[in-house]
Design a protein. Sequence first.
Length: 364
Amino acid sequence: MPRLNVTNVTSSGTLQSINTFSSTEGFRLPSYATAQRPSSVPNGTMIWNTTDSKIQIWSGGQWNELGGGGEAATATWANAAGRPSSNLAVGQFGYNIETQQLEVYNVNDAGTPEWQLLGTAYAPATWQILMMTQGAKDRSTSSLGDPGSGTWRNITASSTGASGRTAFGDGEGLYDGYFTMDGITKVALVSGNGDLTDPSTHSKYLVYDLVETMNNTTHQVLLAIDDICASNNIHNTNASGYTSPAVNTLTGNSGGYSGTLSASGGTWQTNSSQQPDRFAVWGINTESDDDTQSLCAYYGSLGSGKMDSWRGSNPSQTFWSYWGHDFHSNSSSQRMGSSRQTGPGIATSSPQSSETVYLLGFNG
């Protein structure tokens, strides 16, 4: 279907569509005093009558107040605080005098009724690709942002080539969604031979429900946690303040994780031949001396079973991660924006270490 996408449309006559109009900022009606209203226009033409402060529609050779029969007045309000707040029904509408825009009481994507600008286009919840790796660690290529280097903090969609990667098959590296997608509530690892709308269409997939919504883009969240590491000396079992489930900060010990496995298909295993049932945005293994990994799919608890290997190219009980290091002496210098012991990819002893993995995010 043909589409016209523009920032602003100004018409000196009638703006007409045989299908629909949509806008991210609503529609503004032409305004006329009663004496200046046009006297012959197509049926269905709407205006704002500044004399009566009402929406009117041309029908049957005359101007009628929107709502029927020329008698029912359209509700109006001057600002958000003046909107009706009780006895509401979906489909109810009115006119905001302050913004000169139609507003309708409608259901948003989360299923909650709210006042919206009439014609507003709301983006549906979607899956997007955040990155892709091909094979075992350490895949520290520039296209993957080179985590652990001095340049990682300043990478962009342009510098990594991510702006040109949005679909399966666009190559190894960070994808546009890593820099642009926020509000992530689920993540998934998929093999890349299915549909972007549904991880279960892939021959191999792992889906994790996050314990809270990611409050920014993936890169911005990792930068914020990197700042925590830079300003706090988190090392050698000194991570007692980060033992609860978390997405937007560090998480560790037996009570720490960022997401739990909610769906899976095919066979992807850790280097200990276990199904990775947990996900950490930035996790700390407190069993040894606070080894750490980011964007990590792993098995079990961050308080046991990981030993001192949860930092290198073959981290215990791990399937895949983006970066790893050891907080054994000083997190200020052993963080993602400074250094590393491992880069992106699958743990080298995983039975599937040669395979392609896409990391996806879902913002619904």
